[in-house]
Structure formats: structure tokens, C-alpha cells
Design a protein around this ligand. Structure first.
Ligand code: PSV
Ligand code: MN
Length: 426
């Protein structure tokens, strides 16, 4: 499957054009006082984790149209992420969802990860589905359930994930709760929150001191009247209750239309509570579209906040774990993931071009037009040569999707794994 040499060979016909465009942009940016190689270096260092559940074809409740060659095991999922990482050099870790990805042979898995140059990013618990042979149902909630036994089962499941995480070297345990209600009066809203906080505290206590708990929020789905953790404020309050090892996770698709997500990012950075990010594209809700496909300007504004905070000496340095969280119903999942990473790197590159000193001056003097133009100027710059150069310097493909297609990867995967192979996930 696509050797490094093949990737380099497939780069050859694109190299001349790339060098011309990169050189031109380098000169253009130098006139503005921006060193292109510095930006490229930051792009090379930027890594976004791939979730194990995004490697197969996703579906909706109406149907699923698998395209074949999906990974049939955790080992094959790791192979797919390793391939993505060889193509773009930007995806050096994988997130696992338990029980979809229960490791069977931990030492063998560790070896495979080492050989592939990958690490485990986060462990994700699943109390949004009932599993076979599970004594209690999550129909009426998990960590917030009215029944102690159900809550205990959900807590135990989370602690099991923490244990797998410890074995595999994961430093993050992510909790997304589907808990909520469908009808007014169904759930006592305050008591459901209180039970959730107490359950989370039991999980928090089981974490080692170098592990972070990320608490993800989402306004609706699967419940349509109330969700126990619907917004960043609720996640933030739970983090405050739990302690320093708890952080808020922002999933781009988990906001109602027109929510100012960049402002949420700024607030959480201010409080030192932004711990993680799930990237995807959204038009209406949790749509799972390719990152940057519908609202590229919003993605840029989010990165603008992240870069601004990273460069602010008054803020404590705090790592943010970046991950893609999408389901691919229409496209080849691997192509979709390559496109997503490219959009993310592009938005990051543009945010790095913003003249922060000038922006600060414009903001302080209330020069609205100048401030907006400074952002537009960065956003409208074609940064694709910078992203391609970052891929090249990381030993990857100048155009990952083109090389993936030219190397006939999907065809080979179908041949190896079959037309009907199915991956675990949603
Ligand atoms: C829920 O919609 C979510 O965003 C959570 O991160 C889950 O872990 C993931 O999607 C997969 O269901
Ligand atoms: Mn998510």
C-alpha cells in the first residue's frame, strides 16, 4: 500500500508548479513582514488526531451506503491512520471508542503503534448505546440516571476506558453524554445535573494524575427536549466542580445555528479551560460534514482566537487536543479526512498571517473597518502553497487526495478487505 517512494514519485509532476507558487507567496509575505518558512514550521508541528470511528462509511437512521475496504479490526484502523499520516504528516494519533475498539492484545498493539509512528490520543466512553449482555439499559440516561445501579454501570464503563487508556498511553479520557429527556417534565433538570456531577467525580478520582478528562457538550440529539450537558457553560461548571484535570471540549457541530463559536473559544481560553476540539463541518447541527466545507470563514475566526491566545504571554500555556469528529456518508472516508486536515491547516496558516500588532491597534482605537480588513486580508490569502510545503517537508504528498487516488488506495483496500467489510462505529 503506497510506499514512501511511491509518494515521492507521485509528487514529481507537481513539484515544479509547487515551487513556483511557494516562492511567489514567500516573497509576497516577506513584504508584509511574515516569514513563510516560520509559518510552514508551525504547520508541520500541528497534529490533529483521527477517530477510529471515522474510517468507515457512516450512515443516517435512513440508510448506509458502504463503499468497501473498510477496516475490520483495530489493527486495520491503525493501518488507515498510518497511511493518512504518511500522506500529510499531520495525523500522528488515533482516538479510540470503547467498546467499539477494545484492544485484544495490548503489547502487539503498542508495537504496531510504535512501528507506525502513532500514539493513542484519547479514549472515548460510550454510554449512548446499550451493549449486548449489559445488565441495565441507558434508555433513560447513564451518568444522570435515576437508578443507582445504572449510574454505577456507566461509571464502571468509564473507569474501564481510563484503564485501557493507561495501558495504551492515552492522556485523555473524553466523556460525551447523550443523557437528556424528550418531553417536558420527564426529568428533574437540577437533580439530573447533580447526579451527573457526582458520577463524573467518581470517574475523575479513578484517573491518573497525568490524564485529562474532556467534557463535551451538545445541545440536542439524541434527546430533543433537554440535554444534561447542552452547552459550554454546563461543561465549564462541571470542570470547576471536578478540578484542574477537567477541561471543556468544543465540537464544532454541537452548537445551534449562528452560535458565535469563536467567542466561546476565546472565553474558554480566558478561563484556561479549553482542553479539546472536535472538528467537522455543520450547516444545521451535528451534520458531520467535511471540516471547512460550509463555513470556512468561521473556521478561520476560530483559529484566529486560538493563535491570539497562544501568542498572549499573559495566558498560561495550555495544550489543546485537536481531533476530527465526522461521519462520512457520501465521500470516501479517507479522502474526506485528508480534505478536513487540509482545511484545518489552511485556517491555521491564515490565522498565523494576521498582523496582530496592527489588529490590536485598530481594536484599541475602535477602527472597525481597519480591524475587519486585517482579518479579511489574512483570510483571503491563498495559503495552499504553505500547506503543501508543510506536507512536503514532513515527507508527505504535495496533494494528498491526488496521490491517494493515483495510488489507487481504495481499490487496493477493497481487494484486501472485501467489498462488504464493515467498520464499527455509528
Ligand atoms: C457525539 O455526537 C460525538 O460528537 C461525540 O464526540 C461522540 O463520541 C462521537 O460524536 C461519536 O458518536
Ligand atoms: Mn464529538
Amino acid at each position: 500500500m503506497l510506499t514512501d517512494q511511491q509518494i515521492q514519485d507521485l509528487n514529481q509532476p507537481l513539484l515544479d508548479d509547487h515551487q513556483f507558487r511557494y516562492q511567489f507567496l514567500t516573497e509576497l509575505l516577506a513584504r508584509r513582514g511574515v516569514e513563510a518558512p516560520d509559518v510552514v514550521q508551525q504547520l508541520v508541528a500541528f497534529q490533529v488526531a483521527i477517530p477510529s470511528w471515522a474510517l468507515g462509511t457512516g450512515g443516517t437512521r435512513f440508510g448506509r451506503y458502504p463503499l468497501g475496504g473498510e477496516p475490520r479490526s483495530l489493527e486495520e484502523k491503525i493501518q488507515d491512520v498510518a497511511l493518512l499520516n504518511r500522506l500529510n504528516g499531520s495525523s500522528n494519533s488515533i482516538s479510540l471508542h470503547i467498546p467499539w475498539d477494545i484492544p485484544q492484545d495490548v503489547p502487539a498493539l503498542q508495537q504496531q503503534l510504535r512501528e507506525s509512528g502513532l500514539t493513542i490520543d484519547s479514549m472515548n466512553s460510550n454510554t449512548f448505546q446499550d451493549q449486548k449482555n449489559q445488565p441495565y439499559s441507558y434508555k433513560f440516561g447513564s451518568l444522570s440516571n435515576t437508578e443507582t445501579a445504572v449510574r454505577q454501570q456507566a461509571i464502571q464503563h468509564n473507569i474501564e476506558c481510563v484503564e485501557y487508556g493507561k495501558q495504551l498511553g492515552a492522556k485523555i479520557h473524553t466523556v460525551w453524554l447523550a443523557d437528556g429527556s424528550n418531553f417536558p417534565g420527564q426529568q428533574h433538570l437540577r437533580r439530573a445535573y447533580q447526579r451527573t456531577a457526582e458520577s463524573l467525580a467518581s470517574i475523575y478520582e479513578a484517573m491518573p494524575s497525568d490524564m485529562t478528562m474532556l467534557i463535551e457538550y451538545k445541545p440536542y440529539e439524541p434527546h430533543f427536549y433537554s440535554t444534561v450537558i447542552p452547552d459550554w457553560g454546563t461543561s465549564y461548571s462541571l470542570c470547576q466542580y471536578l478540578g484542574q484535570q477537567a477541561q471543556v471540549l468544543v465540537d464544532l457541530g454541537h452548537h445551534l445555528p449562528n452560535t458565535n463559536i469563536e467567542q466561546i473559544v476565546g472565553r474558554l481560553k480566558h478561563f484556561g479551560r479549553l482542553g479539546g476540539f472536535h472538528f467537522n463541518g455543520s450547516m444545521y447541527g451535528d451534520d458531520d460534514l467535511t471540516t471547512g466545507s460550509t463555513k470556512p470563514f468561521q473556521l478561520f475566526l476560530i483559529f484566529n482566537e486560538l493563535v491570539d491566545a497562544a501568542q498572549d504571554q499573559t495566558l498560561a500555556e495550555a495544550a489543546v487536543a485537536y481531533m476530527i469528529d465526522a461521519s462520512h456518508n457520501t465521500k470516501d472516508p479517507l479522502e474526506d479526512l485528508l480534505q478536513s486536515v487540509e482545511s484545518i491547516l489552511g485556517a491555521y496558516a491564515k490565522a498565523l498571517l494576521v498582523d496582530r500588532a496592527a489588529l490590536h491597534e485598530a481594536q484599541e482605537s475602535n477602527d472597525v473597518v481597519r480591524a475587519e480588513e486585517l482579518l479579511r486580508d489574512a483570510f483571503l490569502t491563498d495559503v495552499r502553497p504553505l500547506v503543501a510545503e508543510a506536507y512536503r517537508q514532513a515527507g508527505g504528498a504535495l496533494s494528498p487526495v491526488a496521490v491517494y487516488r493515483a495510488g489507487q488506495v481504495r481499490e487496493q483496500l477493497i481487494q484486501q478487505r472485501g467489498k462488504l467489510s464493515l467498520s464499527t462505529g455509528l
